[in-house]
Write a new protein. Structure first.
Lengths: 224, 750
């Protein structure tokens, strides 16, 4: 399995993402630099990690969405290559138009770092097949701009199509309908604010994030 | 020389913070009158911050060595051996004054500065911690200050990607006009890849990397007189502005270059910027230095060498490279889109020579700049005189607690003990995915890819230090030691951040001298040396109607090593039926008027509004013994929870364990004590531990074995009760939680 983690200059969860993927997939991902113009050959999965891409002094992820490597990520996503964007990665995916909506400043105006309880709303995706329907899982959040916004029609469409994958069990950042993670129409691109790569082993205090990567690894193995 | 001798009037000398006597020393060192630039350089190098002129004599008395110390004070940060060819590098530093003027940027750049001190030496920063002191919450400025400082610390650390894992926050009216922001960073490096600041190799290139130099932070040395320069705007002092994104790039670029062998020496540009970094690098290497100021990357046009040398612009580093390695280094810094400029070379003259626009604008002999620096043996009060001055007397008419549960509830809701959730949720505590524990006695981060972990704790109880600087200095070190032991870490070394008021007052100097004596005593007995530190003096202000001098606040940052993180312990009660024990010095079995008990206690202050009595003394040998016992029991896997006993005494310790575990306990008092003494006394060197029923036998066997050392012989066990139920001392755990969470919630949201 060939996996890739995109590193922007201000990414700071890239190593954590690489460790998590290597642990679950049993093979080291390729680290792709933001100025690179190509992804690894026959890439099976691309992750956009958390951090502050280019400092995010403009809207979070806005500049990263226009970086050279994102052209390649968009092309790969169009071919159906699974893409996971976590935290800043979700912001980049939204800014790049790969996912609808926007991540605004948290309703409380403050950075929020805590264990979030998430309801798994759809277990029929590549990323969530390993969770129980209706299950509540615990995954940490750590962000300043995680307040998900989309217009009502878009939200209704997302809900209707089962594209709301994770929902906060308790209000966390002001997100519309407490949305924590969504997928694209084909279900192959997942953006989420919580950090599954921080819940991989017992030492992290919980392993609910590990199952996301395991689900994906299994789905990809089955498809291969 | 572009010298204009008429510039140096007595007023100009005074504005540079030099006394007439110190200016005589400048004349001596130079053998002539300085120009303005040279005066500026002398003034910052001889400032309290850079020269430690009031504290140096006394700092020398601190123990700085142990088998595991690789590098003690004097470099950018301290370095200790943590086994397997790895080293931990750490330091704590103050950013008090800027944080009062502009809390967000002041605190943010404080974090940035301490991060640079650590990665300069070759370490990847793995954890941040802090120690914050604010004034009374109802002071009109205080909410704004707390919000700004916390957001600034978070804003910088979160972006750079270093988890903030430990900290403490106090409130006292003595900080109304002078808050304290002390930031600490811990990093990990390969023990054979530590980078130092000594410049060597005549002809080697001196390289500037990072952000451009602007006019920010040229404060202490800024002129108010119009004949200094026509443009008054340029003289307005400003607080430095931090850019964590650039810092992140700087970390990655420096570590990438450090993986090669191109670097001879490296130093960050912190306080006094280019001046102190270049002077220190040259002095440490016993060489000279020549810089071409025209080549310094500049953010603004028309900057003078004076401004460039005294600017405190952030995110800049100075390094000496091996000859011919510039292209390799340049490529790395260009990859990370950072400025890179060769601005000079190492010389054999022993002088600092600066050229600008074809002229030599500064020529200072470095030997005299260091050797002739002022050193003061300032007068101070003896311990007895100080006690009289501070009006510390044994308490009379000590009250008792009429309702222990009600008192506990009130204490848990007080600003001193209220939950810090509002603060710590603004810090990314897990980035790096190696954080194992926060919110307990110490923050713990795994050493990446190993079973080892580093425990970090910041500690000081300023009200004790004020009442008795010697005992308070001991206590700060002892509490750091205790907090590390409580999670199962062997305490290795400390960094200190010494915040005091004006040392020219003998009573303040007494606080400094006696606190350092106490601290040194504790470090020696606990084998817990000081490897780095920072001194911040003149923390006093009458500007806002607060008290003038801060409480003496020698903050300690302790670092310990957990050999195998599977043995880590935490404070929360774990299960119904676990037995609760107090581990404490044997002499604690009955009260003793010599030991104060309720003096300077939070209970006395919060419940009775009395801030009096003596600070609790620390028996250092017993402290060591209690620590050894706790570490042994943790290593054997026998303890289900451990918490040190500190602010608020035994009842508060138990309450915090109940809240963390969300379960109550049945506990009984010791009738030899009054309820107030027993439940709320702040006697030292004590731990509360729990033992699960299946471990009781093994636990008792070890207790029966008896002490393993002279120190351990001083320590005893006392059964306090049993974990279970949903209340503690007659108060529901939920009620305690509500009280504990309310203060910040109401203050910030209200």
């Amino acid at each position: 399995m060939n996996t890739a983690v995109v590193t922007f200059p201000g990414s700071n969860c890239d190593r954590d993402m690489m460790v998590a993927i290597a642990e679950v997939f049993g093979k080291q991902p390729t680290q792709v630099w933001h100025r690179d113009t190509a992804l690894p050959d026959r890439v099976d999965f691309i992750a956009l990690p958390g951090g502050f891409s280019y400092g995010d002094y403009l809207r979070s992820g806005a500049m990263a969405a226009n970086s050279p490597i994102m052209r390649e990520v968009k092309a790969a996503a169009a071919r159906g290559v699974p893409v996971l964007g976590v935290c800043n990665g979700f912001q980049v995916l939204a800014e790049a138009g790969l996912l609808p909506g926007a991540l605004m400043r948290n309703a409380g105006q403050r950075f929020v770092c805590r264990d979030a309880q998430l309801k798994v709303e759809n277990t029929q995706t590549l990323f969530t097949a390993g969770y129980e329907a209706g299950e509540t899982i615990t995954i940490p959040v750590a962000h300043h701009d995680g307040n998900y916004f989309a217009d009502e029609a878009t939200l209704d469409a997302l809900e209707g199509d089962g594209r709301v994958v994770f929902r906060y069990a308790h209000a966390t950042n002001g997100s519309r309908r407490d949305i924590a993670g969504i997928v694209n129409e084909s279900g192959t691109v997942l953006g989420m604010m919580p950090h599954p790569e921080r819940a991989i082993e017992a030492a992290h205090g919980g392993t609910d994030g590990r199952r996301l990567f395991e689900s994906l690894a299994r789905s990809l193995a089955e498809a291969a | 020389m572009a010298t204009n001798a008429s510039q140096i009037t007595p007023e100009v000398v005074e504005q540079h913070g030099l006394s007439p006597e110190e200016y005589e020393r400048v004349l001596n060192a130079l053998g002539r009158e300085p120009n303005l630039l040279e005066l500026g350089i002398f003034s910052v190098m001889w400032s309290e911050h850079c020269s430690y002129k009031s504290s140096r004599l006394h700092l020398k008395k601190l123990p700085t060595e142990a088998e595991w110390v690789i590098c003690g004070p004097g470099e950018n940060a301290g370095v200790i051996d943590i086994g397997d060819g790895q080293a931990a590098i750490f330091k704590m530093e103050s950013h008090n004054h800027p944080s009062y003027i502009e809390p967000y940027q002041g605190a943010a750049t404080g974090v940035g500065g301490i991060l640079r001190d650590v990665f300069t030496m070759g370490a990847r920063p793995v954890a941040n911690a802090n120690a914050l002191r604010f004034g009374r919450p109802d002071h009109p400025k205080m909410k704004h200050l707390v919000q700004g400082v916390v957001a600034g610390i978070g804003g910088y650390g979160n972006c750079v990607g270093v988890p903030t894992v430990a900290g403490e926050t106090n409130f006292d009216p003595a900080y109304d006009g002078n808050i304290l922001v002390n930031a600490m960073t811990v990093g990990v490096a390969d023990a054979d890849k530590i980078f130092y600041s000594a410049a060597t190799g005549v002809g080697n290139p001196i390289v500037y990397v990072g952000s451009k130099t602007g006019r920010d932070g040229i404060h202490g040395a800024t002129m108010a007189s119009a004949d200094f320069e026509e443009d008054a705007e340029a003289k307005r002092p400003t607080v430095q502005v931090g850019d964590p994104f650039t810092e992140k790039l700087l970390i990655e670029a420096c570590l990438e270059l450090m993986a090669t062998d191109a670097i001879v020496a490296i130093q960050d540009m912190g306080a006094a910027g280019l001046t102190s970094s270049s002077v220190e690098m040259a002095s440490n290497g016993g060489v000279g230095i020549r810089l071409k100021m025209d080549d310094v990357p500049q953010r603004e046009e028309g900057m003078t060498p004076y401004e460039m040398m005294l600017s405190e612009s952030q995110e800049r580093m100075l390094m000496v490279l091996k000859p011919g390695r510039e292209p390799q280094a340049r490529a790395i810094f260009e990859k990370w889109e950072l400025d890179f400029a060769v601005i000079g070379e190492v010389t054999d003259t022993g002088r600092m020579v600066l050229d600008f626009e074809g002229e030599t604008v500064c020529d200072i002999p470095l030997g005299p700049l260091a050797d002739d620096a002022p050193l003061y043996d300032r007068p101070y009060l003896s311990r007895e005189e100080y006690t009289q001055w501070a009006k510390i007397t044994p308490m009379k008419n000590v009250p008792d607690s009429a309702d222990v549960g009600a008192d506990l509830l009130k204490l848990m809701g007080s600003p001193a003990l209220a939950s810090r959730r509002w603060i710590f949720e603004q810090y990314d505590r897990q980035v790096g995915a190696d954080t194992l524990q926060t919110g307990g006695d110490a923050g713990v981060v795994r050493v990446h890819g190993t079973k080892k972990a580093l425990a970090i704790s910041t500690d000081c109880t300023p009200r004790y230090v004020h009442a008795d600087p010697y005992e308070g200095g001991k206590q700060a070190v002892a509490e750091a030691y205790r907090n590390l032991c409580a999670v199962g870490a062997k305490p290795l070394a400390i960094t200190n951040c010494l915040n005091f008021a004006n040392p020219q007052r003998p009573e303040i100097m007494a606080q400094i001298v006696h606190a350092l004596d106490g601290m040194g005593e504790a470090c020696r007995t606990l084998d817990f040396p000081v490897v780095s530190g920072n001194v911040s003096l003149y923390n006093e202000s009458k500007a806002t109607g607060g008290g003038s001098a801060i409480l003496p606040t020698p903050a300690i940052g302790g670092v310990g090593l957990v050999a195998d993180y599977d043995t880590l312990t935490s404070i929360g009660f774990k299960g119904e039926g676990d037995a609760i024990y107090l581990i404490a010095p044997e002499f604690w079995a009955k009260p003793d008027p010599v030991r104060s008990h309720l003096g300077k206690s939070l209970w006395l202050k919060e419940i009775h509004g009395r801030d009096e009595g003596r600070a609790p003394p620390v028996d250092l040998l017993a402290e060591r013994g209690a620590g050894e016992i706790v570490l042994r029991l943790i290593e054997e896997g026998l303890l289900s929870a451990v918490h040190d006993c500190s602010d608020g005494g035994l009842a508060v310790t138990l309450a915090e364990m109940a809240l963390a575990g969300n379960i109550g306990a049945e506990v009984t008092a010791n009738d030899a004590y009054t309820p107030a003494q027993w439940w709320f006394g702040e006697d030292q060197s004590r731990y509360v531990v729990t033992v699960s029923p299946d471990k009781v036998e093994a636990f008792n066997a070890i207790v029966a074995e008896g002490p393993e050392s002279e120190a351990a012989a001083l320590v005893g066990f006392r059964r306090l009760g049993t974990v279970g139920g949903d209340s503690l001392l007659g108060v529901e755990v939920d009620e305690l939680r509500a009280a504990n969470e309310a203060f910040f919630q109401e203050w910030m949201e209200g």
